[in-house]
Design a protein around this ligand. Structure first.
Ligand code: NAD
Length: 307
């Protein structure tokens, strides 16, 4: 059981409900808050403490967790819900006695907490981030279908923090998850981490869809191939594989086989089925070019010294 802390959850949908239910199960005191009266009623019917967003101003908590929507509209992330929630939290902490921590749990582009959330909190509260209240960004990795169980069984806890005291305040909430690795980083790195995780998943799915189409067009059996690949390819069984960043793939097989398979597919009129493979080769060539451009002056200097 945790040292009980009081938590307000602002935005009590999939993520908010799983979060609040999980912290309640671990012994914290949670108040849910939502703009949707039906949501509030539903949470109350489950026995939770829940209030309409208009009553947040009277909610005193050690931590305010923001899990409102951040939809993509016309290819732009709409951060207006997050800003609105930050204003509401700001009003709730105007006279907070103990330094509360405000935590962004919505998925937002890198820099949003610093550029939008902190100014909104400061303006609405008349108080200063870092001095009067802490700020964290704590992305969520749960899956909607298994949200409440996933929240209770995280593989990693990511804490982006304004400062050490903010990180410490959020760590206290997660004390009951003693065996889960906690990664502390900057606010914008935490925001970016969530995108990297989702974009990797999206890329992996698209890659296997691309291979699925190509293999079928070549009269090979994708299902059999993928089952074996899942076991055999190092990128599948070694989670750290390929995650270093900054260096191109090299050696003999990867460059040879990437270009060779694309050429083979083109010869069979199937090049159009492999846009990701083309992009992969292109990205690798670019990285190789950049690495070479950086290394060249150094090599020339070393050569000069050798003469
Ligand atoms: N659903 C997922 O699987 C998942 C996983 C990880 C992260 N996320 C991210 O978490 C965030 C929330 O996603 P979700 O799926 O829980 O959304 P959701 O639509 O299920 O819930 C959001 C809730 O916020 C409420 N709300 C909107 N504005 C509010 C305000 N100003 N004050 C109080 N409540 C307000 C809505 O009424 C709704 O109940 C998004 O940024 C999303 O990208 C979602």
């Amino acid at each position: 059981m945790a040292d009980p802390l009081s938590i307000a959850v602002i935005g009590s949908g999939v993520v908010g409900t799983a979060t609040g239910a999980g912290f309640t199960a671990k012994g914290h005191r949670v108040v849910f808050c939502d703009v949707d009266p039906e949501r509030v009623a539903l949470l109350k019917s489950r026995g939770f403490d829940a209030v309409h967003a208009s009553a947040l101003v009277d909610v005193r908590a050690s931590a305010y967790l923001i899990s409102v929507p951040s939809p993509t509209v016309d290819e732009r992330v709409d951060t207006s819900y997050v800003r609105e929630a930050a204003v509401a939290v700001g009003r709730a902490i105007v006279s907070a006695k103990h330094r509360p921590v405000v935590v962004v749990r919505s998925t937002v582009p890198p820099g949003t907490t610093e550029r939008i959330v902190i100014p909104a909190l400061e303006l609405a509260s008349g108080r200063r981030a870092g001095r009067d209240f802490g700020v964290c960004m704590n992305p969520e990795f749960l899956r909607a279908a298994t949200a409440e169980r996933d929240f209770l069984e995280p593989r990693v806890i990511v804490i982006g923090a304004l400062d050490e005291a903010s990180a410490e305040a959020l760590r206290r909430l997660y004390t009951p998850w003693g065996d889960v690795p906690v990664h502390v980083m900057s606010l914008r790195t935490a925001e970016a981490t969530k995108y990297v995780a989702n974009l990797f998943n999206a890329t992996k799915i698209s890659f296997f869809n691309e291979m699925h189409r190509a293999l079928r067009a070549l009269s090979a059996e994708p299902e059999s191939a993928f089952e074996a690949v899942a076991l055999g390819a190092e990128g599948m069984w070694n989670p750290r594989y390929g995650t270093r960043g900054g260096l191109p793939y090299g050696g003999i097989c990867l460059p040879k086989d990437a270009v060779g398979f694309l050429g083979f597919a083109r010869d069979h009129g199937l090049g159009h089925l492999l846009p990701m493979l083309r992009a992969t080769i292109h990205v690798n060539d670019e990285i190789a070019g950049l690495v070479w451009a950086e290394a060249e002056p150094e090599l020339a200097r070393a050569e000069g010294r050798a003469h």
